[in-house]
Design a protein around this ligand. Structure first.
Ligand SMILES: [Zn+2]
Ligand SMILES: [Zn+2]
Length: 361
């Protein structure tokens, strides 16, 4: 096959199916046959055109697939062989700059998978395609081929769960945690917290919309689910923790600026608040900065997922110890990319949690 089918975003809300020549692979690069590409809130924000993007580009930054071609040096560098099943981290990294060396985001990388324009050769930089081009800056992780593609695609939300609850939140065995928002990342935080040995896991949602997600959270290890439409979350958590609050709070809610204030009041003295949900243009009203000083809170912002957290997510997926497949709700073909993104956002039907695009369906 000499042509590759891919979905190209040409403008806000505009996705089109296109064909590109299959790239030639040299000693330093590889070609991934994409089995599934997970989608997240970022896919929806970019689909709508919330940030300026270098368009046209092939979206998709959560791909799982099989290495169909891999150059000799690339195979050595990544420790992989042709035919291996891998997942790909979103960001490209040089591994030489200060950011890379200090374990933060790359400062000189040319971008992330999914957001490089098709004008840059060989165009196939995003996961909404039959094949994804892997360059020297790509970061791969092997994952067992027995895991179905739609489930393997959970490496991304689960990676975020470990990155936010454990790596950023500092959650340790026996700690308590409150997670605001029961979306795929909130649920992933609950799974990660359970895996880390949290003593008590609280998770919030809107009873009218998220009832099934809260039920699923209980199945996946949350101890207490709180319907914020019926209960005051701060009062409830304080009542359940002897007035003290929790060790770690993770706010995953998008747009809800008010949740940042709840998060601050939920943390125990000396606790950590992790802010992960982007609020768009919404500003936090009456920010209680004195609370941070008086109760010596740590507040951390997070966005990306670190390498170790991906490794932990993959170990959890491969262990088969958690029924993570319950998170996967929808799979779509390449030509249904728009439907996939709108479904994830709840525009077409309620109830989506983890949604994949599967190019060979
Ligand atoms: Zn994502
Ligand atoms: Zn770098």
């Amino acid at each position: 096959m000499s042509e590759v089918r891919a979905v190209v975003q040409t403008g806000p809300g505009k996705l089109e199916l296109a064909r590109f020549p299959r790239p030639r692979i040299g000693p330093d690069d590889a070609l991934l046959r994409v089995e599934a590409c997970g989608i997240c809130g970022t896919d929806y924000e970019t689909f709508r055109g919330d940030f300026p993007l270098p368009l046209p580009a092939i979206p998709g930054h959560e791909p799982v697939g099989t290495l169909e071609e891999v150059g000799e040096r690339a195979a050595q560098r990544w420790g992989v062989s042709r035919g291996d099943r891998v997942v790909v981290q979103a960001e490209l990294a040089c591994r030489r700059c200060r950011g890379c060396l200090e374990g933060r985001e790359c400062e000189v990388s040319p971008g992330t998978h999914g957001f490089i324009p098709v004008s840059r050769s060989p165009a196939l930089w995003g996961g909404y395609a039959e094949y994804l081009y892997l360059s020297t800056g790509s970061l791969l992780h092997r994952i067992a081929p027995r895991i179905p593609p739609s489930i393997a695609a959970l490496y991304n939300p689960l990676g975020a769960g470990f990155a936010w609850a454990q790596a950023a939140g500092g959650l340790e065995f026996g700690d308590s945690i409150a997670i605001l928002g029961p979306g795929q990342r909130g649920l992933a935080c609950a799974i990660a917290a359970r895996a880390c040995g949290a003593s008590r896991i609280f998770i919030t949602g809107l009873g009218s919309r998220d009832a099934h997600k809260l039920a699923l959270a209980r199945e996946l290890g949350a101890d207490v689910t709180i319907d914020v439409e019926r209960e005051d979350v701060v009062e409830r958590v304080r009542a359940e923790t002897g007035g003290r609050g929790v060790d770690v709070v993770v706010d995953t809610t998008p747009f809800a600026a008010r949740c940042v204030i709840d998060a601050i009041y939920l943390a125990r003295p000396g606790g950590t608040v992790v802010l992960a949900g982007l609020k768009g243009r919404n500003r936090v009203p009456d920010f209680p900065s004195d609370e941070l000083a008086v109760r010596a809170l740590t507040v951390r912002g997070v966005r990306a997922v670190d390498y170790r957290s991906f490794q932990r997510a993959i170990a959890l997926l491969e262990s088969g110890s958690v029924p993570v497949e319950r998170l996967h709700t929808h799979a779509f073909a390449l030509e249904q990319a728009e439907q996939a993104v709108r479904t994830l956002a709840g525009e077409l039907e309620p109830g989506a949690i983890s949604v994949t695009i599967e190019p060979w369906r």
